[in-house]
Design a protein around this ligand. Structure first.
Ligand code: FEO
Ligand code: CA
Ligand code: CA
Length: 631
């Protein structure tokens, strides 16, 4: 039966409505009042206060200083249904939803959006994180296909929702990962059809489950009594790339695909913490594939929410779910090799009031050696931030969490982090590590519940530390410097690189930090990556009303920040109702590949085709007209 849910709520909106958090507590009301007073102290609350408290410590106070590190003229905000890049730059489309990857695959059919069979041989929908790999002069792009907009994919159906088994097959095939060879001809990048690298990984591709949780009873199902093999990956948001040449796809809002055929079924508290409940998000997968029915297969959701490691150069390889890196709504996976050779992976859990994590491998990286299973085992830590600009990574062990085993910690990671009193964050999105310095940054995209409501586990979300504003609808970027220049250290110092805001509307803390101006104002930083020179690229997934609190901010956009000076300039503006997400550079840094996801998610875009065409998510390439370096 087609689902009659409203189809285009965000995951967060859906979860909040259908799986509400505990009622507001008296404590939270007190915090809210306190924040209202603190907000009156002025916009110094965020960055200003941080810089003040920092005093003479190692972190660099931020002052705007034009030092020529920006190779472009900033672009103004706009609400055009196209891509805007700086003067002297051009853009073109590399790949879009529905593009055939093989010559015998169908072209995209706008009228119907195709079938399950055609989608399985086409570029997936709603591209998100991506990485570029080079193999003997060939260029391979691995791209997440996070989700689908039901009202666009099923626009030809009366309900605008999947109505039969093939509709569901098409939806599942539009998810996962697309691996495509790309080549540049006459300055224009495009898909190399029939390349032996081309591959679609979907919600039905066989996967291996590895690490501490593999084989645990909570992962066993009637189809997999071993608890070590599963089918598919979906809702892959941000990504990661390892120095040994693998691609990491990060499973985020995996919960929105499960439902219950039994309306009386009572999901466990463990499932509820992850937002798994009786209703899915309108995908109806359980109607055609019983494993998504939690009343019949309650362990199936425990097999999603992981980091998936993929060899992009071997289309016959089996992707591996790396349970050692924990189970939550994974954003991206930022991999760094610490000075002592251990692999450190920074990981955000993108939900209001959830946590920031770090994995440290047991083994050490060896250049040119066998690094295949470095993500198989290691320690997982969660961040605790203190108001004195210090913080600590707390290891999640059975002793620290009261849980029975490391396997259980790797499955119920959120509960483990709650047990050690980790800091509830304003929705940790991408983490990026500076290639020039031992420091890392994380986008805390926004959190309307800050200071107002606990997280789904009932943990309080007081205003303070790196989450300094109640009802935070603009977001901020936190930065930390590990002690002793060592990413495996448990202590760190932190500050805020930027608190986003709108100085054209507010004059208090909601105006943003000093490096936010009328010219670069933005909200909801999400995608985040350093280029090879150490400049920080910031992509937004926020409100695009261009009105009220968001006046003069225009469409979602991409900005570049200088970590040394704090200066931020807008590089690109996306088309209407899109999110800008996913970024990768060609090795010569003459092309930057950027993802534009869900243009027209609310029905108001015809990007990229124009006219009355169906909006489609795309990967674009941006280059300088003079062939110079980008950025
Ligand atoms: Fe898929 Fe947290 O964004
Ligand atoms: Ca994101
Ligand atoms: Ca986001």
């Amino acid at each position: 039966m087609p689902n009659t849910l409203p189809t285009e709520q965000s995951f967060d909106e859906f979860d909040e409505i259908n799986y509400p958090r505990p009622e507001i507590s008296d404590f939270e009301k007190v915090v809210d009042r306190a924040m209202s007073r603190r907000a009156l102290l002025g916009r110094g609350l965020g960055l200003g206060a941080a810089a003040f408290v920092m005093g003479t410590t190692a972190l660099t106070p931020m002052t705007a200083r034009a030092d020529g590190r920006f190779g472009f003229t900033p672009v103004p905000a706009n609400t055009l249904d196209t891509v805007t890049v700086p003067d002297g730059y051009s853009w073109h489309i590399v790949a879009k939803w529905g593009d055939p990857l093989w010559s015998d695959a169908a072209n995209f059919d706008e009228a119907t959006t195709g079938t399950g069979a055609t989608q399985e041989r086409q570029f997936g929908d709603n591209n998100d994180g991506m990485s570029l790999f080079v193999d003997g002069g060939r260029t391979i792009l691995a791209v997440n296909n996070e989700y689908t907009n039901r009202s666009i994919m099923y626009h030809a159906r009366e309900t605008k929702l999947p109505e039969n088994a093939d509709d569901v097959r098409k939806g599942k095939a539009a998810h996962g990962v697309s691996v495509v060879e790309v080549a540049r001809n006459d300055g224009v990048w495009g898909i190399v059809k029939d390349s032996h690298y081309n591959r679609r990984i979907t919600a039905d591709t066989p996967m291996m489950i590895t690490g501490p949780a593999a084989g645990h009873d909570l992962l066993k199902t009637s189809a997999d009594r071993s608890g070590t093999t599963s089918l598919g990956t979906w809702n892959n948001c941000g990504n990661g790339k390892t120095p040994w040449g693998t691609y990491l796809a990060c499973e985020e809002n995996f919960n929105g695909y499960f439902s219950s055929s039994d309306p009386e079924y009572k999901p466990s508290a463990e499932l509820s913490r992850y937002g798994v409940g009786l209703k899915d998000w309108g995908y109806a997968w359980a109607t055609a594939d019983e494993r998504f029915d939690i009343s019949k297969h309650p362990n199936e959701p425990n097999r999603a929410g992981y980091i998936v490691e993929i060899d992009p150069l071997d289309p016959t390889s089996t992707p591996k779910k790396r349970t050692a890196l924990g189970r939550f709504k994974h954003e991206n996976a930022e991999v760094v090799i610490a000075g002592n050779g251990h692999v450190v992976v920074y990981l955000g859990d993108d939900e209001r009031g959830e946590f920031l994590y770090k994995f440290v491998s047991n083994g050490t990286y060896s250049a040119g050696g066998d690094n295949t299973d470095l993500l198989e085992d290691g320690s997982i830590f969660v961040a605790k931030f203190a108001d004195d600009m210090r913080g600590e990574w707390v290891e999640l062990t059975p002793a620290a969490t009261g849980m029975k085993s490391q396997a259980e910690i790797c499955i119920h990671t959120r509960q483990a982090a709650s047990a050690v009193g980790a800091t509830t964050m304003d929705r940790p999105e991408w983490v990026a590590a500076n290639p020039n310095k031992v420091e890392a940054y994380c986008c805390l995209t926004n959190n309307k519940n800050r200071g107002k409501k606990p997280n789904k586990g009932g943990d309080k979300t007081p205003v303070g530390g790196p989450n300094p504003r109640a009802g935070n609808n603009y977001g901020q970027i936190v930065r930390w410097i590990p002690d002793n220049g060592d990413h495996t250290a448990t202590g760190f110092a932190w500050d805020l690189f930027v608190t986003a805001g709108n100085p054209t509307v507010h004059s208090d803390a909601y105006a943003g930090s000093k490096n936010v101006t009328a010219d670069n104002t933005f909200n909801s930083p999400d995608g985040l990556a350093f280029d090879s020179t150490g400049m920080l690229w910031i992509q937004t997934d926020g409100k695009y009303s261009n009105a009220g609190d968001f006046a003069n901010q225009g469409n979602n956009q991409m900005l570049v920040g200088d970590p040394e000076t704090g200066e931020i300039h807008r590089f690109m503006v996306g088309p209407n109702e899109c999110e800008v997400t996913g970024i990768s550079w060609s090795p010569d840094r003459k092309t930057v590949f950027v993802g534009l996801q869900h243009p027209g998610e609310k029905g108001n875009s015809h990007f990229p085709g124009g006219g009355s065409s169906l909006p489609r998510s795309v990967v674009i390439a941006i280059q300088r007209d003079d062939g110079g370096l980008v950025g």
